[in-house]
Design a protein around this ligand. Structure first.
Ligand code: SF4
Length: 270
């Protein structure tokens, strides 16, 4: 439960920057959790949707990272940059850049439109796509194909995607390169949550509705047991708990301790 390494690192960097600079603005939400964004806002870290909205001269990149075009624009505007991109996301960006530079078409197993995925695609220089469907139109694919994953996808889902994609393209592609860019924190959290889901009568997953890793945890656990995704303790419905002796709790990687403690207190007191 609680913050992963990448989220804790990003929050620490932003809190430190807020103490040092008069104003820090993040390009998009720093992490996908409303309560954390509100807490940061009280420390002086504000959110802007694009560079034109900036009021100050210090801009922060969220832990999900951005593509090179955004970094170029920040540099061209001579803004001070605080880059909190998670090292695991950076690894995926570097893999996309290396593959594209070597002439590979990059396929990312991930949610098209998610901030992290868009950024990684940017590092592929436009020579790639993001999809959750391994059955692609093979006529349009070049012979060299590199495959990556969004950092928060499940290993089982990625393995299945690779199998379906390989079956589709093996007669056309001359070279396939697979780089497993699912992050360690995601892997360990999912494995623990699944082990727990097998042993309880109800799972409560706590995290932001817009958090990809939280949604993935809820999806995975719901394959074993009744599962509810909540953002705050107030959403717990006492009816869920009736006649249940064993309740499992897990959280997304950007869920703050205060929210977790409130949920545990409410479950313990019900
Ligand atoms: S979930 Fe993984 S990739 Fe995302 S911020 Fe946390 S450690 Fe980094």
């Amino acid at each position: 439960m609680g913050f992963c390494f990448g989220v804790r690192r990003a929050i620490d960097m932003l809190e430190k920057a807020a103490r040092k600079h008069s104003m820090v603005e993040t390009l998009g939400a720093a992490v996908h959790n409303e309560q954390v964004v509100e807490r940061l806002s009280r420390c002086g870290v504000k959110v802007v949707e694009n560079l034109d909205e900036l009021q100050g001269t210090t801009v922060a990149i969220a832990s999900h990272g951005v593509g090179p075009a955004v970094l170029d624009e920040i540099s061209a505007r001579r803004l001070q940059l605080i880059d909190t991109t998670c090292p695991f996301v950076r690894r995926a960006q570097n893999a996309a850049r290396r593959l594209a530079n070597a002439g590979f078409f990059v396929i990312i197993f991930g949610d098209a439109g998610h901030q992290e995925v868009e950024g990684v695609l940017g590092w592929a220089g436009g020579n790639g796509i993001a999809t959750l469907d391994g059955e692609l139109d093979i006529e349009k694919l070049p012979p060299h194909i590199g495959i990556l994953s969004q950092t928060t996808q499940s290993p089982a889902g990625f393995a299945n995607f690779i199998k379906v994609l390989t079956d589709s393209v093996i007669h056309k592609a001359s070279e396939l390169r697979i780089i497993n860019t699912i992050c360690d924190a995601t892997r360990r959290r999912q494995a623990s949550a699944l082990e727990l889901a097998r042993r309880v009568e109800l799972m409560v997953v706590v995290g932001g509705y817009n958090s990809a890793n939280t949604q993935r945890l809820a999806e995975l656990c719901s394959g074993y047991v009744e599962t509810h995704l909540i953002e705050t303790a107030e959403e717990i419905d006492p009816a869920w708990l009736q006649n249940r002796m064993r309740i499992g709790v897990t959280t997304g990687t950007s869920t703050p301790d205060e929210v977790i403690n409130e949920v545990l207190a409410r479950l313990g007191g019900s």
